[in-house]
Design a protein. Structure first.
Ligand SMILES: Nc1ncnc2c1ncn2[C@@H]1O[C@H](COP(=O)(O)OP(=O)(O)OP(=O)(O)O)[C@@H](O)[C@H]1O
Length: 464
């Protein structure tokens, strides 16, 4: 039997966990505030603490240190309804055993209790480093998908394992890489970002590994490569799927041996850094096709974090959009109609595209608030480098959703939708057939007078 202490101001949660703990054969004490919890822990130190973050008086995260002083290494499980990146990072960096999001089910808590009380052969000491670099932690998201990402970032920050960030273009892989670096133990060490796709294959080797004076035409002096510049810090390899095969073996050797051989040099230069790589491509599939070395893939991907596309976490759109508006022009607000329109779109370019749409709207709306008419047209060109379905289907789906969300279209959505998609078809057919109604109508399978009437309505000069 173990002693559990539950600190939460929601009595129903205390009650539920207490019944669960007792059912598991443990003795459970509950407290509605940190202050009461500290008194209880001082009187009878528990073997496990389950601690809420938002509490009246001192908050749960601040309370972790005084609890630690009382209970030593006993596991502390943090629970919160308000997960954000800072909370996750602070909880993990202060040695939380686990970070559980509300609402949770009791089966989840049961499994955490079982694991927390299991004697651990080695318990990782997450150390005492406060999470600095808060500026880099401006990563936002309230969706369950982003909460899970924050948790993984927090775990990754305090491990040295190579991280692979996966996700479509614009989902936030680079901000996540910064967050991992700045939340880790060496936030002031160099963070060297390399966009591999932007490196020309001819100079990639010299850029990455450096070169000696005279190593090739134009190499007028010795230059330190990016891998050597990252020494002691983090190397962020963006678009790592684009790295030329010819360089992959040399990169793998450098990562394995913690040294690089600059072009033209005969002596390696030591360098030790953590790698964070990012890609929107499926590296495993590339490896199967022989386009990416499998051994390099394994070397880069000890820990994988998948960033979900924005269309699968629509609840983040209003939060992100409002904060982009606020950070650029605090006196403007985003109307609820604009939010509905933004939430209806597909965002193949993800958060980057959303941010650009807000920038566009801020220009168009001059100094006022933002309404749907200020936003750029939905479903722009597919975003380069994206595997997202950015084309016609998503543009049409976005229009459909916008109409469904428009109260003035209620009961007439079908006709209103056709009114929007039909004109480009009719005009294209008309133009393609030399602005002749008869052949255009034949190609479309419409009666000639029907086409003429429709073109008249559109204001297209369709005289026979
Ligand atoms: N969760 C987030 N909170 C706030 N801003 C974000 C978030 N995710 C992305 N952004 C912003 O969106 C833009 C694109 O993000 P980022 O460059 O990290 O994407 P990426 O996945 O690395 O894109 P690419 O694959 O094209 O390089 C940046 O301006 C970034 O600040």
């Amino acid at each position: 039997m173990a002693k559990l202490l539950v600190v939460d101001d929601e009595s129903s949660i205390c009650w539920g966990i207490a019944r669960l703990g007792e059912g598991m054969g443990h003795r459970v004490t509950t407290a509605g505030s940190v202050e009461q919890g500290l008194d209880a822990a001082a009187a009878d130190p528990p073997d496990l603490i389950i601690l809420d973050v938002r509490l009246p008086g001192m908050d749960g995260l601040t309370a972790m240190r005084p609890f630690r002083d009382l209970v030593g290494d006993a596991p502390i499980v943090v629970i919160t309804a308000f997960g954000d990146l800072q909370t996750a990072v602070r909880a993990v960096s202060q040695g939380a055993f686990e970070y559980v999001l509300k609402p949770f089910d009791l089966a989840q808590i049961r499994s955490v209790i079982e694991r927390a009380l299991r004697p651990a052969p080695v318990r990782a000491d997450a150390g005492d480093q406060a999470a600095d670099g808060e500026a880099a932690l401006g990563m936002m998201g309230q969706s369950a998908g982003m909460q899970a990402v924050f948790h993984k970032i927090a775990l990754a920050a305090h491990a040295d394992a190579p991280v692979l960030l996966r996700g479509e273009t614009g989902v936030g892989k680079e901000v996540a890489a910064h967050a991992i670096h700045h939340s880790g133990p060496r936030p002031d060490a160099p963070f060297v970002a390399v966009n591999v796709a932007a490196l020309s294959p001819t100079v990639a080797e010299a850029e990455l590994f450096g070169h000696t004076e005279g190593a090739f035409t134009g190499a007028q002096r010795t230059r330190k490569g990016l891998l050597a510049q990252a020494d002691g810090g983090t190397l962020f390899l963006d678009e790592v799927g684009e790295i030329p095969l010819s360089i992959q073996a040399k990169l793998l050797r450098a990562l394995d041996q913690n040294e690089v051989l600059p072009v033209g040099a005969d002596q390696p230069v030591p360098t030790r850094f953590r790698t964070i790589a990012a890609t929107h491509r499926d590296l495993r599939a590339m490896a199967a096709e022989g386009e990416f070395r499998l051994d390099l893939y394994y070397r880069l991907c000890a820990y994988e974090i998948e960033l979900p596309p924005l269309r699968s976490r629509r609840e983040d759109i209003a939060l992100l959009a409002s904060s982009f508006v606020h950070s650029r022009r605090p006196e403007s607000t985003l109307s609820s109609e604009a939010v509905a329109e933004l939430e209806s779109r597909e965002w193949p370019g993800n958060v980057r595209e959303l941010r650009n749409a807000i920038d566009h709207a801020l220009v168009v709306s001059h100094s006022g608030d933002i309404y749907p008419e200020h936003l750029p047209a939905a479903g722009g060109a597919p975003v380069a480098g994206s595997d997202a379905p950015g084309g016609l289907d998503s543009a049409l789906a976005a229009r459909a959703r916008a109409l469904m969300a428009d109260p003035t279209a209620a009961g007439d959505v079908y006709n209103r939708y056709l009114e929007q998609v039909e004109p480009p078809l009719l005009k294209a057919a008309f133009d393609l057939h030399g602005r002749q109604c008869a052949p255009a109508a034949r190609a479309l399978g419409l009666h000639r007078t029907t086409l003429r009437r429709k073109l008249d309505q559109l204001g297209v000069d369709a005289a026979p």
